[in-house]
Design a protein around this ligand. Structure first.
Ligand SMILES: [Zn+2]
Ligand SMILES: [Zn+2]
Length: 274
């Protein structure tokens, strides 16, 4: 019995190393985490989440995303201007963005794209700023993180005309059909699956995920949004990416470990940490 705790510890370490997960997309700098950020990060660690990529979506968030990344070796930053904030871009924005993106902790550019569901910025401005920011990402040699909501066709048109295959990256919170997923994969993009895959009414989405090869998948929380079951309705946090991984494994009829291993490898590859 004297040796039991040591034995137990080594088993736990082995299990941990087998089930390492990455939350490829969260928003830790958002006000929802102001009160208990350290506890949230600690809980993620305890659930085997090895890395979190936190996305600063507007100018006032870039600095806080970088601060969080710099105070935690396991956290990296993604910076850009979200389509919701496209109308706020002015003459100084891109120069500032270029400056902050040179930080060694920044691993991708985004999230950029189109949101024709909420239309918080006028559509023509979203289209223009999306194009410009792909150009900026190319200059910075960073992969791009794409946000596409109810704008599949326009997103594909821009990715093609701007030759986005030259930067590659991720279609985050993927919501297109299988054909779109395939076209994006052919352009060198990864498809990132959020917690919505656990929702009761998501059969059609699960069927699409079943057909996408695991070699092209990432998993994400988009925390504090899109909380998976069994916590739907509450605030999302990176530790819950485990439920998304579990559902992907179930849908694809493979082991949880296999999903963990491949999605981790894919994330490390796209963010150039391998
Ligand atoms: Zn998004
Ligand atoms: Zn997001």
């Amino acid at each position: 019995m004297r040796f039991a705790p040591i034995f137990q510890f080594s088993i736990i370490s082995v299990i941990r190393s087998l089930v390492m997960l990455i939350d490829s997309h969260a928003h830790l700098e958002m006000p929802e985490f102001k009160r208990d950020l350290e506890a949230v990060i600690q809980r993620a660690k305890e659930s085997g989440i090895e890395h979190i990529f936190t996305v600063g979506t507007e100018q006032r968030d870039w600095k806080s995303a970088l601060e969080i990344a710099h105070s935690h070796p396991s956290i990296y930053a993604i910076l850009g201007v979200h389509p919701h904030n496209a109308k706020e871009i002015d003459n100084e924005t891109y120069a500032l963005l270029k400056g902050v993106c040179k930080d060694e902790k920044v691993k991708a550019f985004g999230e950029i794209g189109l949101d024709f569901f909420r239309n918080l910025s006028p559509r023509d401005i979203q289209l223009k700023r999306f194009r410009e920011q792909i150009g900026l990402a190319k200059e910075l040699r960073l992969p791009i993180v794409i946000h596409d909501r109810e704008a599949h066709q326009e997103t594909m048109e821009i990715l093609r005309s701007e030759k986005a295959e030259n930067c590659g990256g991720i279609i985050h919170c993927f919501s297109g059909d299988y054909e779109m997923a395939k076209a994006c994969i052919d352009m060198g993009f990864f498809i990132s699956i959020p917690g919505t895959i656990t929702f009761k009414n998501a059969d059609a989405f699960r069927e699409i995920v079943r057909r996408i090869p695991l070699e092209s998948l990432l998993i994400e929380t988009d925390a504090p949004f899109l909380t998976p079951e069994p916590y739907r309705g509450k605030r999302n946090e990176p530790g819950y990416v485990r439920y998304t991984a579990q559902k992907v494994a179930e849908v694809k009829k493979v082991s949880f470990e296999k999903v963990a291993e491949l999605t981790t490898e894919n994330a490390l590859r796209v963010y150039k940490l391998l």
